[in-house]
Ligand binder design. Structure first.
Ligand SMILES: [Zn+2]
Length: 466
């Protein structure tokens, strides 16, 4: 009996190990099979590590951005469009990690867990992806940025469709420069990074939108207050310097003229906890959901825990340790435009099989309520006043445009040039689009970022609202 029970025990153990092995194998298969099949050594999909049999990537206005011909990836024959869409389309060798060719390679090659690369063998090609970006608008944004480093993006604030994403520096994928790795002049700094998704920038005065939101929510008489700007103001142990001497001004005029004295005083009055809480409710310090489920955005950061009163003053005007990610900031400004409701940005409009069958079609997804509708309306009227009374409607003719500039000092070195930013949107129902522009190492935003936003929004209007 003793030996029988020993044998039974041994048998049970064998069965147990067998089941455990099966579970492990299944788990490995589910979690890794995509990587195994998609490995660059797989000759069904890759030649010398380059993706060759994937489907097309098409812009929302029908431009084929990349296709496959004779087992080669062939890009648009329009050089400016290739340059403008490099970071969105990505390369087939995977240098640009957030590019669609890398992030959506399963979809492009038609790989599925059940069938492996069976579809690819059957049809000889993968699925086609239609993007939300508009080729014309992207090309305009690329030309407007010129030789400057930075990013421009436009989003439909009601649906979350990203109709423009451009990041510079860029290069022509058909003639990749040989000196990218060896260059020491800095002209290719971050060339493989899509600054819209992965960049982090000092917000400068664009952060005054968030300070203003916190003030609207917490200081009941803020709209009837007046502030006196003498060119600098003592906050705690030191001074916050203004760009000008604005004299006696209202809250609205303080935002119009981007008065540092008024906004540093407002931040000091609000205190660290309220300003931190407002920023965090708007998504600072937390990750946005991945764009179209696969592309990560860098996290916007704010930390006022150890800020002195003077630090808080600087934080209120966007010049402390706070950093914003352009995709997140575009989501915030879009929520103001959309009555306080935030939507998730997305880039993939649809996916169809080689036989033309629809496999996926995107729709809008709520990202929650950033503001109540009354606060959003008040912020909207302040941002409208900025454009109407200060920057000038001539930049955005017949668009009922709202916006805020920012010129961010990023170094104490007096010779260092600032980054220029602009965020804004049209209030027209026919044109529900918000824009963000970041231009690195440039002059003040009104002369650099605003004219770029102007060109891009005129192109948006021509494509969508005329
Ligand atoms: Zn001032």
């Amino acid at each position: 009996m003793k030996s029988i029970s020993k044998r039974a025990l041994a048998l049970y153990l064998i069965i147990l190990f067998f089941i455990a092995g099966c579970v492990l194998l299944f788990f490995n298969l589910v979690s890794n099979s995509g990587d195994w099949a998609m490995n660059r050594a797989n000759r069904h999909l890759y030649s010398n590590g380059v993706l060759v049999t994937a489907g097309d990537i098409i812009s929302s206005d029908g431009q084929v951005l990349v296709t496959t011909e004779d087992s080669k990836r062939v890009y648009s024959d329009n050089k400016a469009l290739r340059m403008a869409t490099l970071h969105t389309v990505g390369d087939s060798a995977g240098y640009i990690a957030s590019g669609v060719q890398t992030s959506f390679r399963d979809e492009l090659t038609g790989y599925t867990l059940l069938d492996g690369v069976y579809n690819l063998k059957r049809y000889g090609r993968g699925n086609d992806i239609t993007l939300t970006i508009n080729a014309e608008v992207c090309e305009t944004a690329y030309r407007a940025l010129g030789q400057k480093k930075g990013t421009v993006a436009v989003m439909n604030y009601k649906t979350g469709e990203l109709v423009c994403i451009v990041s510079t520096p860029t290069y022509d994928i058909n003639n990749k420069p040989g000196d990218i790795l060896t260059d020491t002049t800095g002209k290719y700094d971050g060339v493989y990074m899509n600054r819209f998704f992965s960049g982090l920038y000092t917000p400068g005065s664009t952060f005054k939108i968030i300070t203003a939101a916190c003030a609207v929510e917490n200081i009941p008489d803020i709209f009837s207050r007046t502030f006196t700007c003498k060119g600098k103001v003592q906050i705690g142990e030191g001074y916050v310097i203004c760009s000008s001497t604005h004299g006696e001004i209202t809250f609205e005029e303080a935002l119009n003229r981007s008065c540092n004295c008024a906004f540093a005083e407002i931040a000091a009055e609000l205190g660290t906890e309220k300003l931190q809480a407002t920023a965090e409710r708007l998504g600072f310090n937390s990750s946005l959901n991945k764009v179209s489920g696969k592309i990560s955005c860098a996290k916007s950061r704010i930390d006022l825990q150890t800020a002195s009163e003077l630090d808080l003053g600087w934080a209120g005007i966007g010049q402390y340790t706070t950093l914003i990610n352009p995709c997140h900031m575009l989501t915030v400004i879009s929520s103001v435009a959309n009555g306080g409701k935030a939507v998730e940005p997305y880039l993939i409009k649809s996916i169809s099989s080689p036989e033309g069958e629809s496999l996926f079609s995107a729709s809008e997804t709520s990202a929650g309520e950033y503001f109540d509708s009354a606060t959003a309306a008040k912020l909207g009227s302040l941002l409208r006043s900025n454009v109407k009374n200060y920057y000038g409607d001539s930049y955005f003719p017949s668009m009922e445009f709202c916006g805020k500039t920012g010129t961010a000092e990023i170094s104490d070195n007096e010779d260092a040039k600032p980054n220029a930013l602009f965020v804004g949107y049209s209030q027209l129902d026919s044109m529900p689009f918000a824009v963000i522009v970041v231009v690195e190492d440039t002059t003040v935003s009104i002369t650099s970022a605003v004219p770029i936003a102007s060109k891009v929004m005129k192109a948006v209007k021509a494509e969508y609202a005329s």
